[in-house]
Design a binder for this molecule. Structure first.
Ligand code: KG4
Ligand code: ZN
Length: 334
């Protein structure tokens, strides 16, 4: 079965073709990073306009890279939410138009479930059940995952998402955009113990990152002169370590408490090199197996959406052309 996946929930227009539920034949991502860079964050109105420009060429490229035409596609999976409504509507409208014109089955996919499903795009997919940490620009949630569509929330952020904590820190310091990527790079040359940043709510499985951001702001305000660029690596390394500490500790504790020996780490922040390394080493000592998708499948992509779509098609699920986008869509309890 060949599924065409389409994703446009934030600032990446993406399309991919997946064979047999987990083999990516193509994975095209048109990033808008350079467009939003000058604003220091995603501007929703601009994002939707850019999606409109990119959506058709991106889909055509995904088909071409997979060596096929729409004739070879058996179904279309599209991100329905959560995300920016104006962005989601572009991918959704394109998917509906194709489904109608080609009489192809259509299914709407939850973007967060897509992030978790990215773990299946490898030679070594995790067996259910497992604990999953979805950590991105908009979400930081620990789930117990019993199967596709069967998620139980065990912990979540009470305020900012971890990706947001990175993005806001980089913006406060004027380091560049997108913050997570910049901090990851700078931290490689920095001392993780140079600055003491707080680790909030250590006892709980929920997260809070707003205090971390405030402590950075306080540090900046206490100084008479702004931090110079040569001071950034130490700041980046110390700040990144504070984020990684809580993410790793709480996720592994959640796994231990629920008797799980498998942990999936996914979403844009799972691209972070220190987080990936920390999870591997800390989990090994607890006898927990960690599954982190390749970086290209951690940040937003359509291959992960097609994986969920293929599963839903297999279960006989179909959506009608009245399918609407939703800005909020928690992965519900089974
Ligand atoms: O999953 P994603 O691409 O979009 C959302 O669904 O939000 O995640 C984007 C987030 C941004 O906050 C970005 O700064 C962060 O992922 N990110 C990273 C890295 N690459 C992307 N954070 C830390 N280290 C990275 N290497
Ligand atoms: Zn995402």
């Amino acid at each position: 079965m060949m599924v065409l996946g389409i994703e446009s929930s934030c600032d990446e227009t993406a399309a991919a073709v997946i064979r047999d539920g987990n083999v990516p034949l193509s994975n095209v991502i048109a990033s808008q990073v350079r467009v939003h860079e000058r604003y220091g964050g995603v501007v929703p109105e601009i994002a939707s306009r850019k999606h409109i420009e990119a959506v058709v060429p991106t889909i055509l490229q995904a088909l071409e890279d997979a060596g096929m035409t729409l004739d070879g596609i058996d179904g279309i999976a599209v991100t329905r939410g959560p995300g920016l409504i104006g962005s989601l509507l572009v991918g959704l409208s394109a998917a509906k138009a194709l489904a109608m014109a080609r009489r192809l089955p259509l299914v709407g996919v939850n973007h967060l479930e897509g992030h978790v499903a990215a773990a299946f795009l490898t030679d070594r997919p995790p067996a259910f059940p497992f604990v999953a940490l979805v950590v991105s620009g908009g979400h930081t949630t620990i789930y117990r995952v019993e199967g596709f569509q069967r998620f139980i929330t065990i912990g979540r952020t009470k305020d900012d998402a971890a990706g947001e904590a990175f993005d806001k820190a980089a913006k406060l310091l004027g380091m560049g955009y997108p913050g997570g990527v910049v901090i990851d790079r700078l931290a490689k040359q920095g001392n993780r113990e140079a600055h003491a940043f707080p680790r909030a709510m250590r006892e709980s499985l929920d997260f809070s990152f707003s205090g971390l951001k405030t402590s950075l702001l306080t540090l900046i305000k206490k100084r008479e002169t702004p931090f110079a660029a040569d001071e950034w690596p130490d700041l980046a390394a110390s700040y990144q370590e504070a984020v990684c500490d809580v993410l790793v500790e709480k996720t592994l504790r959640a796994a231990t408490l629920s008797g799980m020996t498998r942990v999936v780490v996914c979403g844009g922040v799972a691209a972070n090199s220190r987080l990936r390394a920390r999870f591997q080493t800390d989990a090994a000592s607890l006898g927990i197996e960690v599954f982190i998708p390749p970086v290209v499948f951690c940040t937003d992509n359509a291959a992960m959406i097609a994986v969920v779509g293929a599963q839903l098609f297999k279960e006989g699920r179909r959506d009608g052309l009245d399918l609407n986008a939703v800005s909020r869509w928690p992965l519900t309890v089974c």
